[in-house]
Design a binder for this molecule. Structure first.
Ligand code: ADP
Ligand code: MG
Length: 716
């Protein structure tokens, strides 16, 4: 018997173990048994060749119709084996230097053939395939093909599905699974089979109902263990001793509310109440605020910051880039007015200061800002993430707000805890709306709030696809629309996928031309369709102070058209900008386009977003653009986006080690299951935080965290 954690070589021959390690990254018995079949073929059913995808490793079950062999050179023997599928389609395979194949692969025999699918003289072929006969001369079916359903495993050239099948089969019979990590009563409540039946059911099913039961159970394993980890994190956070920051009547927050030129939306008011309550508690708040671009997250965050300042603490606002940090500092100053002018003439007594700390500012400005942060004169300190790592000292940091940042992981949040006298409250804001269950997994240890309505009086953004392949003249019309908007005093963005200049102009792997570049488009517009307008550029290769200068001039209305890369994707807030033209729009992701579009329509005037593309109708790229043009509901679009990506990409480099550990679980498909797993996990962790009563589950948690750490190190 071998344990799940044992090295593979303890269960199978050293050579096989080495192949599986090298080609499939399988190292332990557990790795092998969690290498699940990609699909199943029904015994006896031949694989339709039409399904084969060039470039993939495939295994087909087929019948031999013809075989011949000959020596073509001194040391080279070639066998031509013709096989057929259920529809009678045939394919001829070349097998070199295995002259004995003719005696094994006689016409009428059936076998599994594995190899890389290639195109040879316009014909689909398996390159020098491996094969495995299903039965022997007497017609006795080999053990690994005895079931009704034959598992087909994800494979590599040197590690075909049949090798994995044989190895799994052998290993399953000798593994000691130990105690089941899913508690028995939980299994009973949800009708889940034991781990042992699940592993047999997935690798050696007798019928489809075995597969279904196994999949459900194995999906639960992944969802539940992950949710237990997250529930533990939340519980641990709640047990930390932070400092309550209670609301003070007659303070800055009240003064700010009285000065607001608009009424809060009901969502803003509700979330505001919630934040206010959570800040008043000793356990640090860990909350994610998601909301459409323009939904007014900044005001919500500022009100939370003011409550903290009122109670004697400080707040830090972290932005992902310097441009955004600068812009935040400016808009906080604008929103607060005299309330942020402490120490200046005529400022009210309760006023505070907003300090800005960036890497590129001058030494004197930096010294002043550092002093105000350390001395406590600055109630609010704005900067990039460098604020946390650069030995910036705070007098009493009570709240950290992280803006527009979906890559703020657990490690960074842990680092934060050491920045205050006590662990500060944390508010993460994101404008990338994601379905709730995904938020629960990606930001699993944050509580999630959503601002779903936009402030009143916003004209919706109209969007349209400009298909230059079919309607070349529409591009002219697009520039004409830009001129019209500018003529009425409005401003425009033109977005390009590339900067240009000294970038290597490699054609993409698929031979497409490189996307259009800011430098070229700027030149073209100035001398062509937008001649006479004030057109400027903004991109990531500009010096920070140049970027800032251009942004300020654009914000002041001194620039009509800004030709930019996606640097404008987040946070840029110029309500007078009413039109956006995205060039080579198919090169941007759905969420990215939605973010970009959020830069316009921030005022009361109707706004227009034009997605220019040469993608043809009916292609997936074009469908994505049509989806973006057809709705401005970020949640709908995030589903469109997620459905086209793989799970690992969905999770990205976020905290939850889930990237490598999710094999069965699909975040979109399994929403219901994730919710149930979360309920169960919370209930269990409430009773038994350290899982003392469930050693097998505790081990599964340790394994997941190990993977997460390994994953993290990989990326570092
Ligand atoms: P987000 O950060 O969510 O994209 P902002 O907080 O930048 O959105 O708000 C966008 C714009 O809407 C800002 O100009 C802001 O002052 C304004 N705004 C915020 N809340 C309201 C409201 N309740 N009514 C009217 N305008 C609002
Ligand atoms: Mg914002």
């Amino acid at each position: 018997m071998v344990a799940l954690g044992a090295k593979l070589s303890a269960a199978v021959g050293g050579r096989t173990a080495a192949i599986l390690a090298e080609h499939l990254d399988l190292h332990t018995v557990g790795d092998l048994l969690r290498h699940y079949p990609r699909r199943y073929t029904e015994r006896g059913a031949l694989t339709p060749f039409g399904e084969l995808v060039v470039g993939e490793y495939a295994t087909v079950f087929a019948e031999v119709t013809k075989v011949s062999g000959r020596r073509i050179r001194d040391k080279l023997h070639k066998s031509d084996v013709t096989i057929r599928d259920a529809d009678g389609a045939t394919m001829t395979l070349a097998i070199f230097n295995r002259p004995y194949v003719a005696t094994q692969l006689r016409p009428g025999r059936r076998a599994y053939f594995s190899g890389k699918v290639e195109l040879f003289r316009q014909q689909v072929q398996l390159a020098n395939p491996q094969y495995q006969l299903v039965d022997d001369e007497e017609g006795v079916v080999a053990e690994e093909f005895a079931g009704m359903l034959v598992p087909i495993y994800p494979a590599a050239a040197k590690a075909p599905s049949t090798l994995t099948a044989r190895t799994v089969r052998h290993t399953l019979d000798m593994v000691d699974l130990g105690e089941d990590p899913l508690p028995e009563d939980l299994r009973r409540r949800h009708g889940l089979v034991s781990l042992e039946s699940a592993l047999y059911g997935i690798h050696r099913p007798a019928d489809w109902s075995d597969v279904t039961a196994a999949r459900t159970r194995l999906t639960w394993d992944e969802a539940f263990v992950l949710q237990v980890v997250l529930a533990q994190r939340r519980a641990t956070t709640r047990a930390l001793a932070g400092t309550p920051r209670t609301r003070r009547p007659g303070g800055l927050l009240d003064a700010f509310d009285a000065s607001l030129p608009f009424v809060l939306t009901s969502g803003q008011a509700q979330v505001g109440e919630l934040l206010s309550t959570e800040l008043s508690e000793p356990a640090p708040m860990y909350r994610l605020l998601q909301g459409e671009v323009g939904s007014g997250k900044t005001v919500v965050a500022l009100r939370a910051m003011l409550q903290v300042v009122d109670s004697g603490g400080q707040a830090a606002l972290l932005a992902p880039t310097e441009v955004l940090a600068q812009q935040h500092a400016r808009s906080l100053h604008a929103l607060l007015g005299p309330l942020a002018a402490a120490g200046e003439l005529g400022a009210p007594d309760l006023a505070t200061r907003v300090a800005l700390l960036t890497g590129s500012q001058g030494a004197a400005a930096r010294r002043t800002a550092l002093g105000e942060a350390a001395g406590g004169q600055a109630g609010i300190v704005v900067g990039t993430h460098a604020l946390l790592s650069e030995g910036v000292a705070f007098a009493d940091l009570g709240l950290v707000v992280v803006d527009e940042q979906h890559r703020f992981g657990v490690e960074q949040r842990d680092a934060l805890r050491t920045k205050g006298r006590t662990p500060p409250h944390v508010l993460v804001m994101t404008a990338t709306p994601i379905p709730r269950t995904i938020a629960m997994t990606v930001y699993g240890d944050l509580e999630v709030s959503t601002l779903s309505e936009l402030p009143k009086g916003r004209a919706p953004v109209k969007s349209a696809v400009v298909p230059v392949a079919e309607k070349p003249s529409w591009l002219e019309t697009a520039w004409h629309r830009v001129r019209q908007h500018v003529a009425t005093g409005r401003q425009a963005f033109v977005v390009c996928p590339r900067i240009g200049g000294d970038e290597p102009e490699e054609p993409a792997a698929d031979g497409r031309r490189p996307g259009v570049a800011v430098l070229d488009v700027h030149l073209m517009l100035v001398h062509g369709p937008l001649n006479g307008l004030r057109v400027e550029m903004l991109h990531g290769r500009m010096a920070p102070e140049d970027k800032d200068r251009v942004m300020q001039r654009f914000a002041r209305g001194e620039v009509d058209v800004l030709v930019a890369t996606t640097v404008i994707e987040v946070g840029v807030d110029v309500p007078n900008a009413t039109v956006m033209v995205v060039l080579d729009a198919e090169r941007f992701g759905v969420s990215q386009l939605h973010q970009l579009r959020g830069r316009i329509g921030r005022g009361a005037d109707p706004a227009l977003c034009l997605l220019v593309t040469d993608a043809e109708a009916g292609t997936p790229s074009r469908d994505r653009l049509d989806a973006v043009a057809s709705t401005s509901d970020g949640f709908v679009l995030s589903r469109v986006d997620l459905e086209q990506r793989r799970e690992g990409d969905v999770l990205g480099s976020t905290q939850s080690g889930a990237r490598s550990s999710l094999r069965m679980l699909r975040l979109l498909r399994d929403e219901e299951l994730i919710l149930e797993a979360r309920r169960e996990a919370v209930a269990l962790v409430e009773q038994d935080l350290l899982l003392a009563g469930s050693p097998a589950l505790r081990q599964a948690v340790v394994d997941l965290l190990d993977e997460e750490r390994a994953d993290f190190l990989d990326k570092a």
